[in-house]
Design a protein. Structure first.
Lengths: 131, 131
DNA sequence: CTGTATCCGATGGGATACTG
DNA sequence: CAGTATCCCATCGGATACAG
């Protein structure tokens, strides 16, 4: 499943420029590659989770950003929100079929970064020490 | 090359929490998934380019953000900067071996988004019209 | 428990001008 | 050509308080 930039150029939003400013691809790309978007999608990749579980799983996220991120991903059709009208409220979030397709392509990227990040940042402190 | 979240949990930065706040993986992930980081890496995926070419290829980027993005990606060891001491200056940017590995895992994600973004955003304007 | 509303500071990022 | 420096504002995003 290797893809080249040449092949991508046939797709909408591509031209002599890479992706035109404000085109649909860039908008969605900004949503899913946002600081919290990546982590929320990742958290949902192993199944359904409740609001509180997501809040704890995604270290450092504020309630405001969790709500905002979930709303955007839901509007994009990547996340499904299932609210049971009970007291107290019980709400479950899961990936849609589209969401699972997307996450399948995001996991290899995250895995590579997780495997290499420490070594990459080590280079930098090393370079800083030399100066 | 399918990866699951379960397998990821064995890697550095993962725990009961997904990725701890400020861990190396998150730092690098923020660099490469930043608004301009993705597009610059994408632009370099088909070979070496000069500063001016990148400026034109990445639609809408300012000089400030191009410089900043390139410096960060270079510090991470993903981009190589080759400056020829001529007048006028001639500087070429390319991906390192690490950068090519990373971009190989980013292209399928971008391809999927490019194929589906228009349909995804169509859902939203449709939903807005219904309200 | 699952959010929303508001305030406010930090950061991202554009425009412009300037330099070797 | 390939940047740097400065100014400035808009958006991001955290903290807190509150609500159904």
């Amino acid at each position: 499943m290797t893809v080249s930039l040449r092949e991508l150029r046939a797709l909408p939003g591509f031209s002599d420029k890479l992706l035109t400013d404000g085109c649909p691809t860039r908008v969605v790309l900004d949503h899913v590659t946002s600081k919290w978007g990546v982590l929320v999608l990742l958290a949902l990749s192993d199944g359904t989770h409740r609001w509180g579980e997501l809040r704890r799983a995604v270290d450092g996220i504020s309630e405001k950003m969790l709500a905002q991120t979930l709303r955007i991903l839901e509007a994009d059709g990547l996340v499904l929100r299932d609210a049971r009208p009970t007291i107290p409220p019980h709400v479950e979030y899961s990936l849609t079929a589209s969401g699972r397709e997307l996450v399948g392509r995001m996991l290899p990227l995250v895995e590579w970064v997780a495997r290499n990040a420490t070594r990459m940042l080590a280079r930098e402190t090393e370079a800083a020490a030399a100066s």
